[in-house]
Design a protein. Structure first.
Length: 299
């Protein structure tokens, strides 16, 4: 199959694209620079120069492909409009990558007991309302002769197989721990995020290509941990023999920016990937997050 993938030099897109190349598919990946082009060629991906703002480039690439995977941005409406418009009436598969912060709330490091599966109604925070609306727009194209599918990962961890080897949250926490001599979380660190290993996530994309029905939405998770637990594992990995410290939200914002501090590091995002297991027979098998931190790629 001919696959067009945005974000092909990124953590998710690069890992998915590399897997599809290894499976025998021809993958074209959107890149913005010669450096990124060289990086994706190493994995057998054919680079296509352009950006998410290049409507004509996106349309032509989507029309030339059998499958389109958008893994560059969960929020870029212009790119989504161009890609879904190009695929309308073709019956082609369009997989869009969202993110489980759509169920998050600004909890300032406190725990929430709300858990969401794919059938649970979502009232998005103001910071994620546009993303939820974009997801609904994408799925509405099942009525327009295309085959939209959304995969919504939780916190992703593990070593990627694309040009970018790591995701955001865990490396940020590790970098901060090295800087401070001890891991630190936003607020009390009781907030909980579901999580998924990149290898299991890649498998989910492959299964979705094989058998996801039009209009399907899948959360991707295989466990959950509090930020305090994650920070404790980081201290163990780095050999820091003391408990993690708690930062004020103002201090966290000065380290990571307000959006990351409030909507990622201090929020809850607790989801259950019920539908992927039931519909696609997805069976996550990779090691859990705390073991990966203490014994795996982050060492």
């Amino acid at each position: 199959m001919k696959v067009f993938c945005t974000g092909a030099s990124g953590y998710i897109g690069g890992s998915v694209a590399a897997h599809l190349v290894a499976a025998g598919h021809h993958v074209t990946g959107l890149v913005r620079s010669l450096e990124k082009a060289d990086a994706v060629r190493i994995h057998g991906i054919q680079p296509l120069f352009g950006t998410l703002d290049d409507e004509e480039c996106l349309v032509q690439a989507a029309q030339a492909a059998d499958i389109v995977i958008n893994a560059a941005s969960a929020d870029h409406k212009g790119a989504v409009v161009a890609l879904t418009g190009a695929l309308a009436g073709t019956g082609k598969l369009f997989i869009h990558t969202s993110g489980s912060s759509i169920v998050g709330t600004r909890a300032k490091g406190h725990r929430s007991d709300e858990i969401f599966d794919e059938d649970a109604p979502i009232t998005a925070s103001p910071a994620r309302a546009a993303r939820v609306a974009l997801n609904e727009y994408i799925l509405s194209h099942r009525e327009k002769g295309s085959h939209p599918v959304i995969i919504c990962p939780s916190l992703i961890y593990g070593l990627g197989h694309g040009a970018e080897p790591h995701s955001m949250q865990v490396p940020l926490l590790i970098a901060l721990a090295r800087k401070r001599g001890c891991a630190a979380h936003a607020g009390p660190g009781e907030n909980v995020w579901s999580n998924v290993h990149i290898d299991d996530l890649v498998t989910l994309y492959a299964l979705a290509i094989e058998k996801a029905p039009a209009g399907a939405f899948y959360f991707a998770e295989n466990g959950e941990n509090s930020m305090c637990e994650i920070c404790e594992a980081i201290n163990t990995m780095l050999g820091f023999d003391r408990p993690p410290s708690a930062m004020s939200m103002e201090e966290a914002a000065s380290e990571w920016g307000e959006g990351v501090a409030e909507d990622t590091m201090g929020s809850n995002s607790r989801v259950r990937g019920v539908r992927a297991r039931r519909q696609l027979d997805w069976e996550p098998k990779a090691r859990d997050l705390l073991e990966e931190i203490e014994q795996g790629c982050y060492r």
